[in-house]
Each structure stands twice: as C-alpha cells, then as structure tokens.
Design a protein around this ligand. Structure first.
Ligand SMILES: *Cc1c(COP(=O)(O)O)cnc(C)c1O
Length: 472
C-alpha cells in the first residue's frame, strides 16, 4: 500500500510546470523573447520549490491551493520580467539640480544632436566622400570644428577623456618619464585616477613639488635625458585652497619647449568659452591653453561642452598626426553616433548659439528669477491637489550643482519645490516619484523631497506635474 502524500509532497506536485506558466505569457514572450521568459519561469518555480522545502523543515509550512500557487508564480514571473526591463536604459526626469549627473548620463543632448544621432543611425557618410564616391576620413567635420573653436592645428576624437589621456601618454611618453605635480595626482569621478592612467600607458611618473605648492624649479630640476613629457592635469572635482602655488601654463610650456619637450594638458571639462560669469572661472578654456603654447590638450565631450561621451584631443599637427596613426587609436576611436552628436553640438558652439541650443549651457544660464517662475508655474498647476490636501508643497531658495567632476565650488542659486506629506516619509515620496514613468529623480534634505526645475528639460514639466499628482 502506498503511503498518503504528505502536504509538502502535494504542494510540490501542485507547482505549475514551466510549460503551463509559459502559456500565460504570450505578451511577455513577444516583448522579451522566449529564452528570457523560459529561464525566468524556471527560476521562479525552482525558488518556490526551495521555499516549500525550507518552510517544511522550519515547521512553518502552510498548505496552498494549486490555483494560488499558479497565480503567485505568474505574478512573480511578470514582476521579474518588468524589473529586468527597468534595469535597461530609460529616460528619466532629472529634478536633482545636478547638471552633469554622472549616474543620469551627464550632459543631455541638444535637439540638433538628437536629430543627428537619428540620421547617422542608418547608413551614413561616416568614412565616405560624397563628392568623389571614394573613402573619406572619419570625423573630418568634427575635427575641423574643433580646430576652428580652439585655434589648434589639428584635432582627433576618441571614446572618452580617459582614452584620450591613455593615447597621448602612450604615444608621447611610453618608456620615458612624465613629470606631474603632486597637487594634480587626483582621482576624478568614475575611477579616473591619474597615477593609474600613467601606469597603464607605460610611462614612468615623476612627481614633483608638494600637494599644495609646486614651483617651476621643481619641474626644471626633474628634467633629464629620459624625460618624455610634462603633463598638467586640471584637478576638476578637487580644489586645494590656502597656501598654494603652481606655475601658470605659459611658464610651463616655455620651460618644456626650452628643453625640447612637449606639454600635455588634460583639461577635463571642455570649456570652449569663458564661463567665469557663472562662477566657473577656474575651468581651463581650451583655446587659451592652446594660445599658451600647450602642444596637446584633451577634454570630455559630455561635460561643460554639452555633447556626448567622447575624448576630444586638440594640438599641434605633428603630435595629433602621430596619435591618429598609432594602432591604439584604432581601438579607442569614436563611433558614428558619437561623431554625429558631437558635430551638431560643436556646430551650436561655432554658430555662437550654444547658450540657446545646448541644454547644459542653457540650464547654467537660467537665472534665479526664471527658475522661480518655473517653480511657481509647477506649484500653481498642483494647487488643486495641495490646497488642503495631504501633500504640502512650498517653494524654497536653494542651490543647483554642476556635477560630473566640474566646478566643485560652484552652486548656482535656484528655487526648489519642497514636498512633504502627512502620511508619507521623505524616503517614501522619493521612491514613489522614482517609480513613475518616466522616473522622477529628486533629492532629500532635512526630511523634505526637493525638486530643482533647473535640470528639468522643457517639455517635461507636464510629466513632472503628473508624477507629483500621484502623491495626493
Ligand atoms: C572628467 C575628467 C576625466 C575623465 O573624463 P571621461 O570623459 O569621463 O573619461 C579626465 N581628466 C579630467 C581632468 C577630467 O575632468
């Protein structure tokens, strides 16, 4: 006689099969593909099986019907597939007030750059000369725009500023010494550590001076027969204040040239025109670095330049040509989408309309009054909910931030929308906004959720109002 099945065995037998579960997932299979849905279904059932066994051992097992188990498996599977989908790249509303938010993709592209990316997405003239029908040079237009905007003799585009540094150091100073000030041996957001980049390129780093003071003499005394390069790094997200000193760039270039050495500046943020009226006076302007005699300068495409991720290199014809013909360039060169976005962004700079067209610069230029008007307009649209409701909205004075490793001391004044709720904590409000479509990313301070209109793009205001309305 066979023994009656234990409740656990019954439960295990009542679990749905992968095939039964898949029959309910027609839509998900069309969206995510049969393999992804099958493998998720398999893990859901596996985990339910393990859960039943664990509860049995712990003596906490409760019997459930076949239907309940099926519904639970189906729910779990669908929520997993949704979570997986959410882990992909999706648009968000940046209400943090951080212009170059590294986690949110740094600079948002201009309309022109977005259109250029869409156009380049198909077949395009990446390396094709339309006039002759022959092979053309990749990035020629971008290079020409960079020359025009910086006064340099030649230009080249690679993947990001870290690749630019790697390429320059490899080509100019591999197996030679590179002189760097101790005050510039910094780590810049996203794991860019100056000593490591130097080590990876095979150059020997020679540190001179001290953390706060480095003199021209210090550089001069370090130069010997194996010196290949003098490098200057903009400390970006880091400032030493107080008793400090370092030679200006033209003193350094004079010294380098006197000794027959090239000078390389890693300028980082990619400022093409003076931004001192926005408190960004100590970001190097690339044209000024070239005018001061720097032989090669590199900077990012997606910081204050306002384009896409790229490492832009400008400098003397002889040096840039060596970079272009080195095999490492082939591994680091930019792709067509990047070049298309850059071309459009640089064109806005060249036409002198960057402050109207390039989002990062437009946001930087918004003044306190304009921001207050925007905050009030959002608040007014929410009045039907906030008047006498559980959600409390106030407008408070505050500050935005540059982010992305630029202008660490610059905090432009703004008007913030502050949210509190009678029954939700600040954390809960923040989470609810983040769960909206598109997600709204806010910050929390002093137990309030703060939304900065500065970084909310035009056209996103309605979505923001709708997201906040869900908190009523
Ligand atoms: C940001 C920065 C980098 C790294 O640039 P990526 O484009 O992120 O690779 C390198 N150097 C300086 C000085 C920077 O500011």
């Amino acid at each position: 006689m066979s023994q009656p099945a234990s409740p656990k065995q019954t439960a295990l037998r009542s679990l749905p099969s992968v095939d039964q579960l898949l029959k309910t997932q027609v839509e998900q299979i069309a969206t995510f593909g049969i393999d992804a849905v099958t493998s998720s279904a398999r893990s859901v059932i596996e985990e339910m099986r393990a859960g039943i066994q664990a509860k049995e051992s712990a003596g906490t097992f409760v019997e459930e019907s076949k239907e309940t188990l099926f519904a639970r498996a189906q729910q779990e599977l669908e929520s997993r597939l949704r979570a997986d989908h959410r882990s992909g790249i999706r648009r968000v509303i940046n209400a943090t007030g951080v212009l170059l938010h590294t986690n949110l993709g740094r600079a948002p592209l201009s309309d022109a750059a977005r259109a250029a990316v869409a156009e380049a997405a198909g077949y395009c003239t990446l390396e094709f000369d339309e006039a002759t029908g022959l092979r053309g040079r990749r990035g020629r237009r971008v290079e020409n725009l960079l020359k025009q905007l910086t006064g340099a003799e030649d230009a080249l585009v690679v993947n990001n500023c870290a690749s630019a540094a790697l390429l320059v150091l490899t080509v100019l100073a591999q197996q030679k010494e590179t002189i760097v000030s101790r005050g510039e041996l910094v780590e810049i957001g996203g794991d860019f550590r100056v000593p490591e980049v130097l080590a990876n390129s095979g150059t020997r780093m020679v540190e001179v001076g001290t953390t706060n003071r480095t003199r021209l003499d210090d550089y001069q005394n370090a130069i010997n027969a194996t010196t290949g390069l003098i490098m200057r790094i903009h400390p970006s997200n880091y400032r030493i204040i107080g008793f400090t000193a370092s030679p200006c760039l033209s003193e350094l270039t004079s010294l380098a040239h006197e000794k027959g050495l090239p000078l390389y500046e890693d300028a980082g943020s990619g400022v093409l025109t003076d931004l001192s009226r926005f408190g960004l006076g100590d970001e190097p302007v690339v044209r000024e670095s070239i005018a001061a005699g720097a032989d090669v300068v590199s900077f990012s495409g997606d910081k204050l330049l306002g384009g896409t991720q790229a490492g832009l290199i400008v400098g003397s014809r002889a040096i840039v040509d060596r970079l272009r013909h080195h095999s490492l360039y082939r591994a680091l060169r930019a792709d067509k989408l990047c070049l298309a976005a850059l071309e459009a962004t640089l064109l806005s700079h060249a036409r002198d309309v960057a402050f109207a067209e390039v989002p990062v610069l437009r946001m930087l230029a918004l003044n306190a009054e304009e921001l207050e008007t925007r905050a009030r307009s959002i608040a007014d649209q929410l009045k039907p909910i906030t008047d006498g409701g559980q959600l409390k909205l106030t407008i408070v004075a505050g500050h935005s931030a540059i982010g992305g490793g630029s202008g660490p001391n610059t905090h432009p004044a703004t008007s913030l929308i502050a949210l509190r709720h009678e029954h939700l904590s600040a954390d809960q409000i923040e989470q609810r906004l983040r769960a909206c479509t598109p997600p709204v990313i806010a910050r929390i301070a002093e137990d309030r959720v703060l939304l900065d209109p500065r970084t909310v793009l035009p056209g996103e205001e309605q979505e923001l109002v709708r997201a906040i309305s869900t908190l009523k």
